[in-house]
Design a binder for this molecule. Structure first.
Ligand SMILES: Cc1cc2nc3c(=O)[nH]c(=O)nc-3n(C[C@H](O)[C@H](O)[C@H](O)COP(=O)(O)OP(=O)(O)OC[C@H]3O[C@@H](n4cnc5c(N)ncnc54)[C@H](O)[C@@H]3O)c2cc1C
Length: 484
């Protein structure tokens, strides 16, 4: 880990993160790990207690592994055995199963279920250990920026000044409103009751996979959480109110087809509007939106938090490169250019799952599948930091079959059997690393090499690294990094 950069006396920190939900705390942690001083503040003194995120994909597990946090969060995770959409009588229309011990291309289970408050607690501990100055019980009420930094006014009458501000203050982001960034509605709005329970009766038969029950009488989601945790989500009918559905008797009636009151313990419940919205821009000068402040999506694909964590991971290296004078400010333009279209696709993907549920509920299975909903591919990043049409470009770097340790920064992976690309074709900001082609056969061969970004995304798989590098917005300023 790098040591924190010297903070100018004019600044309280390099980065001020507003909001210590999973996205804000991860952004602060990754900034600190990249040598930036970071203050993270939250208006709440506790972790959000109501049921929210439950599923995490493989890329996010890999991110936490790089951050040195996987060990701390692992006790709160369990592999997801699969997912399915079933009709009103419980017959599967579409789905997938993941045999136990399935490992994906990044070396982790393709998806895990988790306890959000438990993971958030571990993230906060990790952030403090990495040097983040976590300050709770503080609300940002105003922001002002100039050519050099951002000043945030705090409700205790003080102010904090930083070079950059990351607004990870959730769906109702005050910072987003203060700087006048509008949300663009992507056309989805449903109200759902979400219930977290603990299984008390081991003989109870519940769906083994995450199940979307597409019943026109009551759309329902059932998810086996980690350990004894079980999640239900029920869509409200137009004539039902939030207050009515949260009554214990109403919840008991909804759960009755699945379990009796002595078979489950009700832990927490909440009613949410499932929206689909994306901010018109993710950046206003020195202020960057991340997480739910930047995008909101229905949770059917378990991607809201994951999408926000991708924002956090990208932002951390961009801010570090610019603050440490390894790149000029234009590198920061790539954040909106890449993250906004990617998040927009992710939102559309999640909306599709909601539309597929509707289609299955109201049409025969074959006709529902013909709508094409749910067949969209998981989006890859595009934009100025990805080039070429190789299927792995814009996605996370697969795990090598032999141990591979990458230096910080941009890396060109090339085969051990070929010549080491010289400085005439690789700029100083890129470190060349020779890899046995058998360890990463899809990415490295006698003809192909792979350019990897500091956030371990594949920027290019190419037979022409010089050309690929020329097409990318790479940091242009020299660094001390040397060719290996
Ligand atoms: C029912 C449901 C199920 C979901 N399931 C999944 C899932 O399976 N997988 C997944 O990836 N995502 C899922 N999500 C989405 C996920 O929960 C959110 O995307 C994620 O929690 C957003 O994190 P965040 O850090 O951006 O915002 P938040 O967690 O909302 O954090 C924002 C923080 O900012 C603070 N704050 C607000 N205003 C201020 C201010 N002015 N000053 C200081 N602090 C402030 C708040 O106190 C809060 O702590 C689900 C959501 C719901 C509702």
């Amino acid at each position: 880990m790098n040591s924190p950069s010297a903070t100018s006396p004019a600044f309280d920190a390099d980065v001020l993160v507003v909001g210590c939900g999973p996205v804000g705390v991860t952004a602060a942690l990754r900034c600190a790990q990249r040598g930036l001083s970071a203050i993270a503040i939250d208006r709440s003194t506790t972790i959000y207690p109501l049921p929210r995120a439950l599923a995490m994909d493989e890329e996010i597990q890999a991110l936490f592994e790089r951050a040195g946090l996987l060990g701390a969060i692992e006790p709160h995770l369990a592999p997801l055995p699969g997912a399915e959409f079933v009709d009103a009588s419980g017959v599967r229309v579409v789905g997938f199963e993941l045999p136990e011990d399935t490992v994906g291309s990044l070396g982790h289970p393709p998806a895990v279920v988790f306890d959000q408050p438990g993971v958030e607690r571990a993230l906060r501990e990790g952030a403090v250990a990495a040097g983040v100055d976590l300050r709770l019980g503080l609300t940002v009420t105003a922001v002002e920026q100039d050519d050099h930094g951002v000043t945030a006014t705090i409700d205790d009458g003080t102010a904090l000044r930083a070079r950059w501000l990351v607004a990870a203050d959730g769906a109702k982001s005050a910072v987003r409103d203060l700087v006048g960034i509008e949300m663009v509605d992507q056309g989805f709005d449903q109200t759902w009751l979400v219930i977290d329970t603990t299984l008390l009766d081991d003989t109870l038969e519940l769906p083994r996979l995450a199940q979307q029950r597409c019943d026109p009488a009551r759309m329902t989601t059932v998810v086996p959480g980690p350990g004894r945790h079980r999640r239900w989500e029920f869509r409200l009918r137009p004539d039902e109110t939030r207050e009515q559905i949260l009554e214990p008797t109403a919840i008991e009636a909804l759960l009755a087809p699945w379990a009796g009151p002595d078979q489950l313990r009700l832990d927490r419940s909440a009613v949410y509007r499932f929206h689909a919205k994306v901010a018109e821009t993710f950046r206003r000068d020195r202020i960057f939106l991340a997480g739910d402040a930047a995008h909101q999506m229905p949770p059917f694909n378990g991607q809201g938090m994951c999408t926000g964590l991708r924002d956090a991971e990208m932002l951390a290296w961009l801010l570090a490169d610019v603050t440490h004078a390894r790149a000029d400010d234009s590198l920061l333009d790539t954040y909106d250019a890449e993250r906004r279209p990617h998040a927009t696709e992710q939102v559309a993907h999640s909306v599709d799952s909601g539309l597929l549920m509707e289609a299955i509920a109201h049409q025969p299975a074959a006709a529902a599948l013909e709508t094409g909903y749910g067949q969209r591919r998981f989006p890859r990043r595009r934009g100025p930091l990805v080039t070429g049409d190789h299927p792995l470009a814009g996605g996370p770097l697969p795990r090598a079959s032999r141990p591979l340790s990458l230096p910080d920064g941009w890396v060109l992976l090339h085969t051990v059997t070929g010549p080491t690309p010289g400085s005439e074709c690789v700029p100083a900001v890129v470190t060349t690393v020779a890899v046995d082609a058998e360890a990463l056969p899809l990415l490295v061969s006698d003809t192909h090499s792979t350019l990897v970004r500091p956030d371990h995304l594949v920027a290019a798989v190419t037979d022409d690294p010089t050309g690929a590098i020329a097409r990318l917005v790479l940091p242009t300023l020299p660094t001390e990094s040397s060719h290996s």
